[in-house]
Design a protein around this ligand. Structure first.
Ligand code: SAH
Length: 215
């Protein structure tokens, strides 16, 4: 793909996001700055700018851009925020968040994915993302509390440790569901007195699994 084709396809993707209702200029700018092509290599590289999830290494997937955008919008990220992402995968969602937040911590259970994402962040000069190989169901107690938490793998319920590591007034966005096929994207706001839950839309994510992967 030539640079010109790449630019054109990226602009088309931005138009698709707009048509899906994403209007926040800061979020659209993040999608203009972060080249999804850097996160999709090999067989599917030519399809990097399509609004579709694609396979990445370790049997995982890079999420659909419009879902990344929707989750980012729901997260209400502000420039002073410290954000935790569970499920680094390709690193694309973390890269988008890095344009909007002060610091992003992203955790992943597959070590090879962490290594690849780190290399891409270095190449793209993204220096406010810290990636850690760990089971994200337990969050990152050392860095808690977080202003925002985003989970990009589906659990049956919001994991207790993640709720505990959310700052009061903070927001967590995550897919929940009891099966691989029926999941809802939900937004949880932590209040002084408890939690406020909002159901956003049906989604389909890979499951949140326990423990480190054996790779
Ligand atoms: N945010 C990613 C998409 C990730 S797919 C992107 O932008 O490309 C979901 C990821 O969650 C997978 O890579 C999977 O390995 C990871 N995952 C699943 N369970 C996990 C857990 N308990 N802790 C950390 N990562 C987990």
């Amino acid at each position: 793909m030539t640079d010109e084709e790449r630019r054109e396809q990226m602009m088309r993707l931005i138009l698709t996001l707009r048509s899906r209702g994403i209007t926040d200029p800061a979020i659209l700018r993040a999608f203009e700055r972060i080249d999804r092509g850097a996160f999709v290599t090999g067989f599917f590289a030519d399809r990097a700018y399509e609004d579709t999830p694609l396979p990445i290494a370790c049997g995982q997937t890079i999420s659909q851009p419009s879902v990344v955008a929707l989750m980012t919008e729901a997260l209400e990220v502000e420039p002073r925020h410290k954000v935790l992402e569970v499920g680094t995968g390709s690193g694309y969602q973390a890269a988008i968040l890095s344009q909007l937040a002060r610091r992003v911590y992203s955790v992943e259970r597959h070590r090879p994915l962490i290594a690849e994402a780190r290399a891409i962040f270095a190449r793209l000069d993204l220096h406010n993302i810290t990636t850690i190989a760990t089971d994200g169901s337990f969050g990152l107690p050392d860095q808690a509390p977080f202003d925002r938490i985003i989970v990009t793998a589906a659990a049956e319920d919001p994991p207790g440790p993640l709720l505990a590591q959310l700052r009061v007034g903070g927001v967590m966005v995550l897919p929940v569901g009891q099966s691989d096929t029926v999941q809802s994207l939900i937004k949880v706001r932590k209040l002084e007195t408890g939690y406020d839950y909002e159901e956003l839309r049906p989604v389909r994510f890979v499951p949140l699994l326990e423990g480190m992967a054996k790779d």
